[in-house]
Design a binder for this molecule. Structure first.
Ligand SMILES: NC(=O)C1=CN([C@@H]2O[C@H](COP(=O)(O)OP(=O)(O)OC[C@H]3O[C@@H](n4cnc5c(N)ncnc54)[C@H](O)[C@@H]3O)[C@@H](O)[C@H]2O)[C@@H](O)CC1
Ligand SMILES: Nc1ncnc2c1ncn2[C@@H]1O[C@H](COP(=O)(O)OP(=O)(O)O)[C@@H](O)[C@H]1O
Ligand SMILES: [K+]
Length: 504
């Protein structure tokens, strides 16, 4: 797993590090890495380093200091470096002196110009003529939207950007963006990923993220968030072994769909069929439709007749009436792990007495989208989705998978996984039903619920990406919209891909 630490955690670790290693030494380490990676980007973009031009966007803090030192290192490799200073009197003094000593120049961001933007002509020229821009406007101490001059500078950038620590304009803690923002091609960050690198708009604006070791490792606490690597999911994905049979791998029960919504039953059951090799039982009014689409599913009309299962996936399309309520109650009383999605969540919100049906010692997974989340909690979801998911997981003693472009998975003990889709192909009707089936199958196979959600969310978003891109591996292929059936069809491709990653 990749760790993600909050700015406060990083700052506290830095203070411990500084007791051993002086701050300027740490900063030069960080800046040297920025310079090395910028040289790599310059080579990719222009086929060379010496003689190329780099503009530094320099704010008033240490983030600007990193950029200035990086500029000094790049000068030594023959790069023409101009620093654009947003607050000339507050620019990091040692960094600025180092840049000047190395032959770089500095110009104020504001000044006389040909237009009314307030950006000086020299600054505008430096940004326009650069081959690559280094963004050192603001880092861990960023607060609110970019100030007007910084925002104007950012608007003018049209070349590849290397962001120092994080792309300026994103909230370091939530990844939220409110106003102009740097779209980085590469973000060079120090000691560990920060939440903004993996959450929402911040993840998109960060581009590729390179974590540089500056000596913080020994001082970092347990990470605030975690991101699963494809290879570790592939290595742990349940597949049959020589001594397995259909029962030993876990039987998942799917309670979904209705006469009005048979599709939810087909999609959730199909996802369970594709996810693992054991057995899928379907229980509900769509038994005939499910059987005709998935003949391997053992389908019955009601949850009472379903037979033994190791876990239940319940909710999509069951409705909010008495029959949906009875289904949910039966499943919660079964003493088996449950993934409760869609209508089950609204049923629980509408009738809190349903919680009494649950055995508190048996794992429960809730998979709300933002609307269901608001119903469940009685509060609209704010920008801090991590804190919200964590709070609800603790309150209901359940694993909470909060859906969205970035999926947040919080365990009752506070652990949080993040799955950033990096695309939006999943924004299609029925894709949530597929996710429910995947999670149910993994629960039945005995995968720990928090991880089951993380594995399912990853395979779900990967399957959507593969489906949208069709046969080609060409990264420039723009893709085409998919429906949930195409998503379902791509689930085995996604599982093969992560299992292949595990072999590498
Ligand atoms: N502490 C250290 O020694 C290290 C820190 N490092 C760098 O230091 C950075 C943190 O430095 P600082 O704490 O000095 O703070 P920053 O450089 O992140 O930002 C502080 C400055 O940005 C301004 N600012 C805040 N929000 C703004 C906005 N919305 N628009 C425009 N300007 C805004 C503030 O007024 C302040 O002057 C890290 O991100 C990293 O780049 C690295 O050098 C590694 C070591
Ligand atoms: N814009 C988006 N980008 C990435 N993933 C998305 C986006 N919108 C929705 N998703 C994902 O698609 C799924 C939708 O689930 P849900 O809202 O329950 O839809 P449905 O009920 O139609 O199946 C969730 O896994 C969610 O995380
Ligand atoms: K930055």
């Amino acid at each position: 797993m990749l760790g993600v630490w909050t700015p406060d955690q990083i700052r506290a670790a830095e203070q411990q590090l500084f007791a051993r290693t002086p701050e300027p030494v740490v900063m030069r380490r960080a800046a040297h890495a920025v310079a090395v990676h910028t040289a790599r980007v310059l080579t990719e973009v222009t086929d060379g380093v010496a003689g190329r031009r780099v503009a530094l966007l320099v704010g008033a803090g240490n983030n600007g200091g990193d950029a200035l030192w990086a500029g000094a290192f790049l000068r030594r490799r023959g790069v023409g470096v101009t620093a654009v200073l947003l607050a000339p009197e507050k620019a990091h003094a040692a960094g600025l002196a180092a840049l000047r000593r190395a032959g770089g120049r500095a110009v104020p961001a504001e000044g006389a110009s040909a237009d009314t933007s307030g950006i000086g002509a020299e600054a505008a020229d430096a940004v326009e003529r650069a081959d690559v821009v280094i963004d050192g406007i603001v880092g861990l101490s960023a607060r609110g939207s970019l100030r007007p001059t910084a925002a104007e500078l950012v608007r003018r950038v049209s070349v590849p950007v290397v962001a120092v620590d994080l792309p300026s304009g994103v909230d370091p803690v939530t990844g939220a963006v409110d106003g102009p923002v740097v779209q980085a091609d590469l973000t060079v960050t120090f000691g560990g990923r920060k939440p903004c690198h993996v959450l929402g708009a911040g993840a998109v604006c960060s581009g590729e993220v390179e974590v540089v070791d500056i000596g913080l490792d020994d001082h970092l606490p347990a990470p605030e968030l975690r991101v699963l690597r494809p290879a570790e999911i592939g290595a742990d994905w349940p597949v049959p072994g020589p001594s397995d049979d259909k029962y030993s791998q876990g039987v998942v029960g799917v309670a979904a769909g209705s006469a009005t919504y048979p599709g939810a039953a087909v999609l959730a059951s199909g996802a369970a069929v594709q996810a693992t090799a054991g057995m899928v039982r379907y229980a509900g009014p769509a038994a005939d439709v499910v059987r005709s689409r998935w003949p391997e599913v053992v389908a019955t009309g009601s949850v009472g007749d379903a037979g033994r299962v190791q876990a239940w996936a319940v909710g999509p399309g069951i409705g909010l009436g008495a029959s949906g309520r009875d289904v949910l109650q039966h499943v919660l009383e079964s003493g088996r792990p449950v993934c409760a999605d869609a209508d089950s969540i609204t049923l629980l919100a509408n009738d809190p007495t349903l919680w009494d049906a649950r055995d508190p010692d048996v794992p429960l997974v809730l998979t709300p989208h933002a609307g269901e989340f608001a119903r469940l909690t009685g509060q609209e979801l704010g920008p801090d989705r991590v804190a919200a998911a964590r709070e609800v997981a603790a309150r209901f003693d359940a694993v909470v998978l909060l859906k969205g472009n970035t999926t947040i998975i919080a365990a009752p003990d506070g652990r949080v996984l993040v799955n950033d889709a990096q695309h939006a192909w999943l924004a299609t009707a029925g894709s949530g039903d597929v996710l429910t089936g995947l999670i149910g199958a993994l629960l039945a196979s005995g995968v720990e619920p928090w991880l089951a959600c993380g594995y399912a969310a990853h395979v779900h978003s990967l399957a959507a990406d593969l489906a949208a891109h069709g046969e080609t591996d060409d990264p420039t292929e723009p893709g085409a919209p998919i429906g949930a059936s195409a998503l379902l069809e791509a689930v085995p491709l996604a599982i093969r891909k992560i299992r292949r990653a595990a072999l590498a």
